[in-house]
Design a binder for this molecule. Structure first.
Ligand code: CUA
Length: 339
């Protein structure tokens, strides 16, 4: 590495990069300005008010100045509020995953990153992505806490066991960029690194067709669903011993506890590893736990499969009785109760 390779900040290669940089340089400029101002004033005052042999040796009494105090409170207040609101806006944009983003999967594992494309391609410590496309990465860990960090995209997010976190980006410049684990995760943490390859969309299509795609996440999930005999209880129509799983992902559900919640990824995962935790109203706890029997990657595949299931042809509107209505195993609605 020669001196000409030295970079003060990493390449910027995502739509977010310039926004993060602008905020960063604003904060840096404000800090630099006030640091310099204070340094100059200190120097000025100790020359101006140095001890003199002929001058007065005791300082004058000062009783304060309201206008001065208002000014030195108001200016920092305005500056910090600008930083706060601006920072919150950039953070919000970083956190709000666009609805049309394509979903990639990532699993952290001591000590490697496993990625899977929506088309089924798998990669380890490498991620090929097309330029100009919004991409969302749903991440989890097989073991300890990791953190996926792609400096060129100005994104970093912890990857936690038993939880799903997401990152999204839109790459703006083809090239090869670093990818790091940014959370100390054991002896080979420093080697849990890789590369992101941003490609022109045509090149990306070539890359996809050149590789072996294997099963898509939803197809792998369908295979697991049959393999673990989930379909003996969860049938398409509501005739099984468990609730139908068709068209439920992202929908609201009424629980045996009387609460209503959204069947998001976290709920679906919990229902697989701790079936008793949030029981659907009208169904007794018959399902065994699958904790330890399915890998985290497998659970992500099952969730992808559930999301691919549309509601059966017969109208499916999950009935959510009004608050306070009696619900539970002794439901008044016979269709909700087991045969
Ligand atoms: Cu994984 Cu550090």
């Amino acid at each position: 590495m020669s001196f000409s390779d030295f970079q003060l900040i990493p390449d910027g290669a995502s739509t977010l990069a310039s926004k993060v940089d602008a905020l960063y340089f604003f904060a840096l400029a404000v800090s630099a300005f006030f640091s310099l101002l204070i340094a100059v004033l200190i120097f000025f005052f100790f020359v101006r008010y140095r001890r003199r042999i002929d001058g007065p040796q005791v300082g004058e009494r000062i009783h304060g100045s309201t206008p001065l105090e208002i000014v030195w409170s108001a200016i920092p207040f305005v500056i910090t509020m600008v930083m706060f609101v601006w920072g919150a806006m950039v953070y919000y944009e970083k956190s709000q995953v666009p609805a049309d983003a394509e979903e990639f999967l990532a699993t952290g594992k001591q000590w490697m990153w496993k990625f899977q494309h929506p088309e089924g391609h798998r990669e380890i410590n490498a991620l090929h992505v097309p330029v100009g496309k919004r991409i969302r990465i749903t991440m989890t860990s097989e073991d300890v806490i990791h953190s996926l960090f792609i400096p060129a995209f100005r994104i970093k997010q912890d990857v936690l066991p038993g939880r799903y976190t997401t990152l999204w980006f839109e790459a703006t410049r083809p090239g090869t960029y670093h990818l790091f684990c940014a959370e100390y995760c054991g002896a080979e943490h420093s080697r849990m690194i890789g590369s992101v390859y941003v490609m022109e969309q045509d090149d990306y299509q070539d890359w996809l067709s050149g590789g072996r795609s294997g099963l898509t996440p939803a197809e792998s999930g369908a295979a697991l669903f049959t393999q673990h005999a989930c379909d003996t209880c969860h049938k398409e129509q509501r005739t099984g011993r468990g609730p139908s799983l068709h068209g439920i992902a992202g929908q609201q559900v009424r629980l045996a506890s009387g609460r209503t919640l959204t069947r998001d990824d976290a709920y679906l995962r919990q229902s697989i590893v701790h079936p008793g935790a949030e029981l659907v109203a009208g169904y007794p706890l018959l399902m065994p736990t699958f904790q330890g029997q399915i890998t985290e990657e497998g659970i992500l595949h099952l969730i992808a499969y559930l999301k691919s299931l549309s509601a059966p042809a017969a109208e499916y509107s999950p009935p959510i009785p009004p608050e306070g209505a009696e619900q539970g195993p002794s439901s008044a609605d016979p269709s909700e109760v087991n045969p």
